[in-house]
Design a protein around this ligand. Structure first.
Ligand SMILES: Cc1cc2nc3c(=O)[nH]c(=O)nc-3n(C[C@H](O)[C@H](O)[C@H](O)COP(=O)(O)OP(=O)(O)OC[C@H]3O[C@@H](n4cnc5c(N)ncnc54)[C@H](O)[C@@H]3O)c2cc1C
Ligand code: SF4
Length: 627
């Protein structure tokens, strides 16, 4: 064996890093001689990297960070990207239900705790591309109403400091970037562009979807036909994947039954790794360091700016060029740039800010408002299994949904929004194992699977300052820091230790606590009742059971896939963390570009909004901050 962290040749590791950009590459300004020398002398040592002055450091490569990196890179900015995980291994287990859902192969081993101090195993995937590596690729625009104040039964959903009209051009660009398939029907003209003849809640689009919607398979078609006869408006779900229904043999996407919650073995899902990061890695102005976890941001002596970022390189790094991380694993290294963009996801971005407390920012960075970590949301969501006498042999079921209960209930005495209905994209009998009575034979579960259609129901949860992320020093750790069922080392190399150089113990520093009490629950219960009633009336549900195993142990809080809030945007610096351009009110050069900036959660899936917002912030940085 060679050195502990041998320098890695790109060609040996990830040949498809050389993927062509989606469009013509923007002109790259020339670097100075010293920098070119550094780049042309391979392998590059991390120390050399420390000498380069970067325009921006980007922390995290998920929906927000990947999109931001793509745009800053294409604008010619010198960027250094840190990602705590590696590239997702492309392996047969990507589509193995037991490995993905029961063995948690692609989930971190990290242990958080819930509000009562009990261990919590978050369903988080730390890989290049972040949660988009396993997402269901349903790519919705928030409704125009979601950007304003909405009164719910459980309280108020507050207004964002930006409107739908301001976001619309960025939604359009986000749909292009992530190859979204959708359909507005006859697209009636409305102010600003097109509406949808399918979905009355669809906000205006200045352009139609770039790719046509995916067609139903027979079972989903039959249910849609029956539901429509009851007067329900259904619409094709906007999906980010690479499928040409007119030329299926030439399509990358094979419409498999292992999509939602799984990595895509054939790289046909539009995720932030494939659509963003791999499109820029060939550029000389881009450096990506994987297996590189940011632990703290350090400020200048006055505390007015971030000066450096502390990073632990915990494994071999792979990037656009070879580099050698420190020979001793777990050593902290720091790097500098003009701007710092924190895109580690709603929970981890708050964690990094709280961990970065110093004498000028005693409660954590950017936290003079005491709002960092607060207002955590992740949707009221449940998977519901509708079982009927009809067989369901469809492969890919996530093709249509309804928003008829999105803005109001059908009961005039309950003038509140309920939420959205869509199918779960993938369903297998193994997913039921956790919830079935002990000793239920496998063939019973398999029979159920062939008569079931799984539905995903979402109600907005509301910002509550007591639903929050905090850090604790002294937390009893009752179980081993490993998850059962996962043979061998975790593919991410993630040990679960907050600080890689220390064993987790009762006195482990920075244990993450996620305190959450559900709210707006009555509307969620009503939504489930409404949908079960409709399926029964349409003749497509003899019975229905909640399927909690979709995200294994999703309920309660482990299923943090839709996490948002924690560092909300706002104009008032006493009640928000970020200004409307996602810059921290308290620091001149710190931006948060991920789901943490959300002011309210809406009841649609979050990623398209995160991506559109990242494009908006990228434009702002290029035109205002990095001229
Ligand atoms: C199973 C599942 C299904 C989903 N389905 C859908 C769907 O159909 N539609 C939809 O819109 N959304 C869906 N989502 C949600 C969607 O994936 C997320 O909303 C989105 O990816 C969040 O983007 P983000 O940029 O905020 O964070 P992330 O995508 O989580 O990215 C954060 C990145 O930061 C990295 N990171 C974290 N901490 C550090 C650190 N300290 N140092 C360096 N790097 C760090 C992480 O490894 C990660 O790469 C789903 C999520 C899951 C889990
Ligand atoms: S349905 Fe298509 S995009 Fe999804 S995992 Fe299968 S091949 Fe990949």
């Amino acid at each position: 064996m060679g050195p502990q962290f041998p320098c890695l040749r790109r060609k040996n590791r990830l040949p498809d890093h050389r993927a062509k950009p989606l469009e013509a590459t923007a002109a790259i300004p020339s670097l100075n001689t010293r920098e070119w020398q550094l780049r042309s002398t391979k392998p590059l040592c991390y120390r050399s990297r420390m000498l380069i002055r970067y325009d921006a450091i980007i922390i995290g490569t998920g929906a927000g960070g990947g999109t931001l990196a793509f745009h800053l890179a294409r604008a010619g900015k010198r960027i250094l990207i840190f990602e705590r995980g590696p590239f997702m291994p492309q392996e047969k287990l990507n589509w193995d239900t037991s490995a993905v859902f029961l063995d948690n192969r692609y989930h971190t081993k990290e242990i958080w705790q819930d509000k009562d101090g009990k261990e919590l195993h978050p369903q988080q995937s730390y890989f290049v591309g972040g949660q988009t590596k396993v997402f269901g690729a349903a790519m919705f625009r928030m409704r125009a109403e979601d950007f304003g104040v909405i009164r719910h039964q459980g309280g108020i959903s507050p207004a964002w400091p930006i409107s739908y009209s301001e976001m619309e051009p960025f939604y359009t660009r986000a749909e292009d970037l992530f190859h979204v398939h959708g359909d507005l029907g006859s697209a009636p003209a409305v102010p600003g562009g097109y509406g949808s003849s399918f979905d009355p809640t669809e906000p205006f689009h200045s352009r139609k979807y770039p790719f046509p919607a995916l067609a139903n398979e027979p079972r989903m078609q039959s249910i849609e036909d029956s539901v429509r006869k009851l007067g329900i408006h259904t619409f094709p779900i906007p999906l980010g994947l690479k499928r040409d229904e007119a030329a299926p043999l030439e399509s990358k996407c094979v419409r498999c039954d292992t999509c939602d919650g799984y990595p895509c073995l054939v790289h046909a899902k539009s995720d932030a790794d494939i659509n963003c990061i791999r499109q820029i890695l060939h550029l000389p102005n881009v450096t990506l360091m994987t297996n590189s976890r940011v632990t703290r941001l350090l400020t200048n002596p006055n505390g007015t700016e971030v000066a450096r970022v502390e990073v632990i390189h915990s494994g071999p790094g792979v990037g656009s060029e070879d580099f050698a991380p420190p020979a001793s694993g777990g050593r902290t290294v720091s790097y500098s740039a003009d701007l710092f963009c924190l895109c580690a996801g709603a929970v981890n971005s708050a964690v990094i800010l709280l961990a970065s407390a110093n004498d000028k920012h005693p409660n954590g960075l950017a936290n003079s408002s005491d709002q960092v970590g607060r207002n955590f949301m992740y949707h009221q969501a449940d998977a519901l299994l509708a079982i009927s006498r009809e067989r369901n042999e469809d492969s890919y079921t996530k093709t249509w949904g309804t928003n008829d209960f999105y803005l109001r209930d059908t009961d005039p005495n309950y003038p509140y929004p309920l939420g959205q209905v869509q199918p779960v994209g993938s369903f297998h009998s193994e997913m039921m194992k956790g919830d079935a009575p002990p000793l239920t034979p496998g063939f019973v579960l398999e029979t159920m699977k062939h008569h079931a259609v799984p539905w995903w129901l979402t109600t907005e949860d509301l910002p509550d300052p007591d639903n929050r992320v905090t850090l604790h020093n002294t937390t009893p750790l009752a179980v081993q820091n490993a998850q059962p069922g996962l043979g061998g080392p975790h593919p991410s190399g993630d040990t679960g230790h907050t600080n890689e150089s220390e064993q987790v113990s009762d006195n482990a520093p920075y244990r993450i606590q996620l305190s959450y009490t559900p709210n707006n629950v009555e509307s969620f219960e009503r939504l489930k009742d409404r949908w079960i009633d409709i399926l029964k009336r349409a003749g497509h549900a003899t019975t229905s059971v909640p399927l909690h195993a979709y995200f294994k142990k999703r309920i309660p809080i482990e299923g943090v896939g839709h996490q948002n809030g924690t560092c909300r945007m706002g104009r008032d610096r006493t009640s928000s963390v970020l200004d409307p351009n996602c810059k921290a009110h308290d620091l001149d050069n710190l931006y948060l570009v991920d789901a943490s900036c959300f002011v309210s959660a809406s009841a649609v899936n979050p990623s398209l909004t995160i991506i559109a917002n990242a494009i908006r912030i990228a434009d702002h940085l290029v035109s205002e901050r990095l001229k």
